[in-house]
Design a protein around this ligand. Sequence first.
Ligand code: DHK
Length: 143
Amino acid sequence: MATILILNGPNLNLLGQREPEVYGHDTLADVEDLCRKKCEALGHEAAFFQSNAEHELIDRIHTARQDAAAIVINPGALSHTSIALRDALSAFDGPIGEIHISNIHAREEFRHFSYISAIAGAVICGAGIAGYGFAIESVAAKI
Ligand code: DHK
């Protein structure tokens, strides 16, 4: 059994309340429930962390070097801006899955590029919160 760390970036604490026409009505607690069940079904355990602060996400990724075998991350808007987050993920040895609830390619142009995608083994977007489950399946297959 390995630990899969599920990371959520800025504003994802507001899932279910924030722009439901884009992000749906499910809450972050619903996402975590889905992830916990998927990890358990695959024989692993889930760990969770959400922060609105870039440095807190980076610090948690550093800790993951010791306490997680894989990372699934929805970086939120940091996808489009943060080289620092990408560098932290590059220093993690295990598989990485990037997930976006919405289809970032069908939205504003500034969302089309993600700094994270080139270092992620799998990139899933536009599948709603089910994408977290797909990302977990992808990283679990590589542990
Ligand atoms: C979530 C966000 O908060 C946005 O900043 C991204 C992503 C898209 C999502 O679809 O989950 O652009």
